[in-house]
Design a protein around this ligand. Sequence first.
Ligand SMILES: *Cc1c(COP(=O)(O)O)cnc(C)c1O
Length: 475
Amino acid sequence: MSDVSGAELRALMARVPSVEKIMASAEFAALLGEYGRTQVLGAVRRALDNWRISAQSGEASVSALDTTPLRATVEAALRRRNESRLRSVFNLTGTVLHTNLGRALLPDEAVHAVVKALTQPVNLEFDLGTGKRGDRDDLIDELICELTGAEAATVVNNNAAAVLLTLSALASRKEVIVSRGELVEIGGAFRIPDIMSRAGAKLREVGTTNRTHLKDYAEAIGPNTALLMKVHASNYAINGFTKEVGLDELAPLGRARGVAVAVDLGSGTLVDLSQWGLPREPTVRETIEAGADLVTFSGDKLLGGPQAGLIVGRRDLVAKIKKHPLKRALRVGKLTLAALEPVLQLYRAPEKLTERLTTLRLLTRPADDIRVVAERVLPALQRAVGERYTVVAEPMFSQIGSGALPVDVLPSHGLVIRTADGKRGGRHLLALEKLLREMPRPVIGRIADDALRLDLRCLEAADEAQLIAQLQGNP
Ligand SMILES: *Cc1c(COP(=O)(O)O)cnc(C)c1O
């Protein structure tokens, strides 16, 4: 670590080859071919600068300046720089629709459609019947209406956008009546009162946090009321002495008083999930049939598609929404439409859905199947984490995620890692959690009850093989 003398340093610096010479060497030709001159030049300069800095503290070896090691240094730096920041991970958190990990995984049909739309021109806004300009919603609105029973539909960037657009188009400078029990924050700064003011609508709160009655809505309706709105509580539940007004009561009130009823369903499933033992969520069709004039819901939650917000309902209201200038700002791109259509088409064969729709397949995966996976992965994981930790396969509970009921509901199985000495291992578990997170394909679990827990519900066959290989040191 000793500093070098001035004379020694000058002698060392004289050994640094010229950038031109390095760039012209045969060994750099392949790098130039792959990364282009600009990048390689920058990387060579940075490598030489780094060498000079270490030379000053006596830490540089002259042999590192030889063409072969220098090329290896430059190549490694270029590779790191050009790695995608968006990485594939293993979602072993037990939350199937994990917002921070990208929510729904899409089936192959959607992947192929996206590739096609990316690489070939498509009739995104081109009417092939007339040869004139078309409307991108035309590609998909009939299918959405078929599946939901709605008269009309439009698609925007996400459900937050769907709510913002609906309120902007229908309730700007007017009042929207919402129960105090439904003034929710969904997370990521989506709060109903904030969206309301952004849309220029005036929020008229009625009822109380735990109880709202039909007469609360009825008494609040005035000449300036634009909408009665219901919001799915999504990520929380009020228990005990509660009363909420269902659509069966609210819709007739809206109709009698000439005020539209809008429902933000959040997850918005298209099929009754209780047929597979999952929690019952109102479907979009049921909500329309119960008299909602408009329903908004996400494309990438229970629906299992790409990020999108769907607005369905009365033809006149949807037409008004589509004419609003914000619709242009919030519209979806061709990739979203390309992915959404095949996902929606899967719903035409509901009996095949648990096999074909990735989200539903994961949500309905039997705990016994997951246990078998856990037993297969266990030896590789035990060997990878070493003797300081013990790994056992244990039952656990997965969550649906994304604001579908926030409680543990899905019996699952996974691997539980504890410190081998049985002591509370907070620090060691955090270190292990970090180690797994830093693997070539990061492994994301969760720490709870003095253990690192890897829920294997979302580990399907190809990923299982890849995880085992990675744990064995060959990613
Ligand atoms: C998730 C959710 C939203 C936001 O939907 P995004 O698609 O994430 O924008 C809005 N409202 C409710 C009730 C939700 O559950």
